[in-house]
Design a protein around this ligand. Structure first.
Ligand code: SF4
Length: 214
């Protein structure tokens, strides 16, 4: 199983994918732990306990329906080149014939643009909604929602300040398959054994693998 969140690493530096998924090196930073804690806070404070939603699969298929699914309740997966990619969507909104994937990022500052790491990760969720399958899960059960080949797909990143949780940036884009497929191809090449060279860039300064990279 390959986490769809690994596409964020691909957008940051290809070698991160090699180090984390092929070499199996685990490196978590304070920022990552803080991000996970913030997500948990959002989940607990903004959403009541997940429960069964009768008829959800039916309503998701109605062309005119408008729905916001509970946070962290939709799991997606797709298969490609012998690998299974899986992930959990922060927030999924259906607006008639459009599905909007919303992801929260907890950052120190906003660059006010859709970074490649955001784009690849969220495109991965969209790809799964179109070609894989989605499952709604609550505490006692799950419902298979299937795939949504006919829907328009887009994604939104909401950046919040890591300390105050204040919203500091919002970016939205349409999912474009031609923009995602090269990233997917590259991910498979790395998983199949192609080793990306270590680069020497400013990013290394902030990279969680800088101690073990070379
Ligand atoms: S230290 Fe630099 S080359 Fe190595 S994974 Fe991090 S960003 Fe990439």
């Amino acid at each position: 199983m390959v986490p769809i969140s690994a596409f964020a690493s691909l957008g940051y530096c290809e070698r991160q994918v090699y180090l984390s998924l092929v070499r199996g090196i685990r490196a978590t930073t304070r920022a990552m732990r803080a991000g996970a804690a913030h997500h948990r806070i959002s989940e607990l404070t903004e959403e009541p306990r997940l429960r069964r939603l009768p008829g959800l699969r039916h309503w998701m298929r109605q062309r005119d329906s408008v729905l916001q699914l509970p946070r962290e309740s939709v799991f997606v997966r797709f298969r490609h080149a012998g690998y299974t990619f899986t992930g959990r969507i922060d927030l999924l909104i259906k607006r008639r014939n459009e599905l909007l994937v919303v992801d929260e990022k907890f950052v120190r500052r906003s660059y006010a643009r859709m970074m490649p790491s955001y784009r690849y990760q969220l495109s991965g969720y969209c790809h799964a909604l179109r070609y894989g399958c989605a499952t709604y899960r609550w505490e006692e059960g799950r419902e298979n929602l299937g795939r949504f080949p006919g829907c328009r797909l887009s994604y939104m990143v909401v950046e919040r300040h890591r300390g105050s949780r204040r919203r500091i940036g919002v970016m939205q884009e349409s999912y474009l398959e031609r923009r995602f497929l090269p990233a997917l191809r590259r991910m498979v090449e790395i998983l199949d054994g192609d080793i990306p060279e270590a680069v020497n860039s400013r990013r290394c300064t902030f990279c969680r693998f800088r101690e073990v990279c070379r």
